[in-house]
Design a protein around this ligand. Structure first.
Ligand code: SF4
Length: 285
């Protein structure tokens, strides 16, 4: 990245007199300290300013008051990489990729129990099933699919029966989930869903910045309740409580991490209740 930027300076595209237009334009690469929450735009700005990465209360939005209180645009690199194609080929050419309102290609990071995990560039009219079976080579070892997390740990889980869905923003939204970071995580029939949810709740509990009570407390209690199941102390009441904790976190926090942590909790309990029941019915037997 830095070498590419050096080339831009050498070619006069950046610097004191960028493109010979008499305007100064600089590009700087800044490394972060690694916190998940610094992917949230205002926490990213706080982190850039040398502060602890805490999401800010909005408004004001970064476009009005961002880095050092100046108007700031925060964009994902993947968004920016679409620009050269749109500028060179035109918006209509870009819209030709994929269904209406879901134009362009994007990168899918396919992981988990597939034969060929990797990063694939896809149009948004491919289905999740095609991504898993055609690109990913199907489930590892010829096993059956149990479920898929379609857009990073925060996206509501889909069962094996729900994967014949277009991998676009709109279609995934209609299916009750989302594309999120486009990190598709596949898990096979042998996966212990309760252990998987425990891993996810531990992650969000660790990554919560602690600023708002529903997120700080909710992620903590969700982790402990899931842990109860693993220890053989689960029951129907706790399943309902787990669902309630997730529901109470939704829409009540400063940033989207609260919702992001809640969605896997409620969706796992709703889509795989038998996995939780197994823990206390078998323990009782
Ligand atoms: S939702 Fe969670 S991560 Fe976001 S500001 Fe509140 S406590 Fe921090």
């Amino acid at each position: 990245m830095n070498e590419a930027i050096d080339e831009l300076y050498a070619a006069g595209l950046l610097g004191e007199n960028a493109l010979g237009k008499g305007k100064r334009l600089d590009l700087t690469v800044h490394t972060g300290a690694g916190a998940y929450i610094c992917g949230e735009e205002s926490a990213l700005l706080d982190s850039l300013e040398g502060k602890r990465g805490h999401p800010r209360v909005k408004p004001p939005f970064p476009a009005v008051s961002g880095f050092n209180a100046c108007p700031t645009t925060v964009n994902n690199v993947e968004t920016l990489t679409c620009l050269p194609f749109i500028v060179n080929e035109g918006a209509d050419a870009f819209k030709d990729f994929g269904p209406e309102n879901n134009a362009g290609t994007h990168l899918v990071s396919l992981s988990g129990h597939v034969e060929k995990p990797g990063v694939y560039e896809v149009r948004m009219d491919v289905t999740l099933k095609q991504i898993i079976y055609d690109l990913g080579g199907g489930i590892r070892g010829g096993k059956a699919l149990k479920g898929v997390i379609p857009g990073g740990a925060s996206s509501p889980v889909l069962t094996a029966k729900e994967i014949d869905v277009e991998y676009s923003f709109d279609a995934l939204g209609k299916a009750g989930t989302m594309m999120g970071s486009a990190a598709v995580m596949v898990f096979d029939e042998d996966t212990d869903v309760v252990k998987l949810l425990h891993r996810i709740t531990r992650f969000f509990n660790h990554e919560s910045c602690g600023q708002c009570t529903p997120c700080r407390e909710g992620t903590h209690w969700a982790r402990l309740i899931v842990q109860d199941f693993l220890k053989g102390n689960g029951n129907e009441r706790k399943m309902k409580r787990l669902h309630r904790v997730g529901g109470n976190m939704m829409g009540t926090t400063v940033c989207a991490l609260g919702d992001a942590a809640a969605m896997p909790i409620t969706s796992f309990v709703t889509k795989f209740p038998e996995e939780f029941e197994k823990y206390y019915t078998q323990a009782a037997a």
